[in-house]
Ligand binder design. Structure first.
Ligand SMILES: [Zn+2]
Length: 77
């Protein structure tokens, strides 16, 4: 499986979902595992395409976030 991220991940709004707000189960696009209802997680909303919003495990999102900051650190001084 490729590590490449869709380009829209560069401009997204991330919303935290508290356990009491998670009334449905979702599928995490990063690990393809279930996010059970009642689990705190994040919703990632592309600003360009809000319809493509996806629910991620908090840990999975932090992994990609680390990749992004590593990339920008390389670009910076
Ligand atoms: Zn996940």
């Amino acid at each position: 499986m490729s590590e490449a991220l869709p380009h829209w991940l560069d401009d997204v709004e991330v919303r935290f979902v508290h356990p009491y707000q998670a009334v449905k189960a979702y599928l995490c696009p990063h690990c393809n595992r279930n996010i059970p209802s009642g689990t705190g997680h994040v919703v990632v909303v592309p600003r360009e395409a809000p319809d493509l919003r996806r629910h991620w495990h908090k840990g999975c999102w932090q992994l990609t976030d680390r990749q992004k900051s590593a990339r920008s650190r390389t670009a910076g001084g």
